[in-house]
Design a protein around this ligand. Sequence first.
Ligand code: SF4
Length: 465
Amino acid sequence: MAIEVVSQEEIDEQNEYINKLSSLVAGKKYYLMTMGCQLNENDSEKLAGMMTKMGYIETSNIEDADLVVFNTCCVRENAENKILGHLGILKSIKKHRKDMIIALGGCMAQEPNMIEKFKKNHGQHINIIFGTHNMYKFPELLYKAVMENKKITDIWEIDGNIVEGLPIKRESDVKASVTIMNGCNNFCSYCIVPYVRGRERSRTVEAIIKEIKALADDGVKEVTLCGQNVNSYGKDLTPSVTFAELLTEVTKVDGILRVRFVSPHPKDFSDELINVIKENEKVCKVIHLPLQSGSSKILKVMNRKYTKENYLALVEKIKNKIPKATFSTDIIVGFPGETEEDFLDTIDVVEKVKFDSAYTYVYSPRVGTPAATMDNQIPEEIKTDRIGRLIEVVNKGLEEQNEKLVNTIQKVLVEGKSKTDENMLTGRTDGGKIVNFEGDCSLIGKMLELKIEEQRKWYLKGKLL
Ligand code: SF4
């Protein structure tokens, strides 16, 4: 199946709307809230790019904004509560600020039940609702909302085409996320993503390399290749391309010093990919390998297509081939039917692998997914108990891993000033560990060797050599 790309004419049409809006909104302020994964963050950088090109200026104060944009995520229930809370606050602000425009986009907007909920409770305040497939049409929707003063809902149920060439406002000058594919074909039974992001669609190698070369020309040193399941990259291209082949091409871009990627699926982590990670110095040796559960029984019901034994064997294989490799992961506790024994299987995997970091979640049912209607849902108090116990084990492993780095020399890419201490700089090791150290701003963007002096659980303290 040939992958369709949005035509240049359509992109030009949106650029015309951007130009038309610039005379109307220049100098006005926008507030953008982003929830969820790195793909959503990358989409937000494009929304910010479009708004900046229109002449809007970013504000971090929502009450001050003329345009408020929520780029939502629907993977967890608390995101929904957060958005409803913000809309509640904006309701009273809009009483005095009738010209404030509120736009809601992203994954939640692709869920019919959520749209209904938003419209029922806040319909009179939300000006624009747009989906994940037509985000590139945001300038047109905004223009119509401004000029025609009407409420717009534009959600596409069909999978959107690949979009190239949108303006983009990057969060960092040193590192950047690059989306290499959209959608997912896996249908894990708890996950809403395949329903709201559609089937897998890969960007071409040429388009990705062009974007990364432009980033390198702008001084970016590190790129993270993002997709819901990067192992599937390129299967839909003609001729097909493997993710390992793409990764190899990316490492050839001059100026790029480091390459990371999220997320691979353990079920199809190929030997070819392991070899590329091993052989290529630029590819970071921290591997994000979502576990979700350590119980083979639960993994089967989750439709993950690997067992506890497969997962541990894969980790072992990677460790044997790449002794420096470290691992990060995602884990869900309290999935329907999870017994204490199943939970202990998860703890067992965590203790065996010793993850460098783990994103831990309590299962929350998402309407429209098979797991939401399973009748053996786990009571909240059990979920709370299990997440507490899991975090304890994860943190213990994390500190042990950190401890191993104390008194070693690590290569650190300096990303900027520390968020918690103005006088410190911050960067990351190859393994993704945050290192704070004293130094001046001229070091930002440089790859330095630092001696690690202390570990403080969430970060390391280093010293310039
Ligand atoms: S691989 Fe599974 S968890 Fe990941 S996006 Fe696809 S369906 Fe969701």
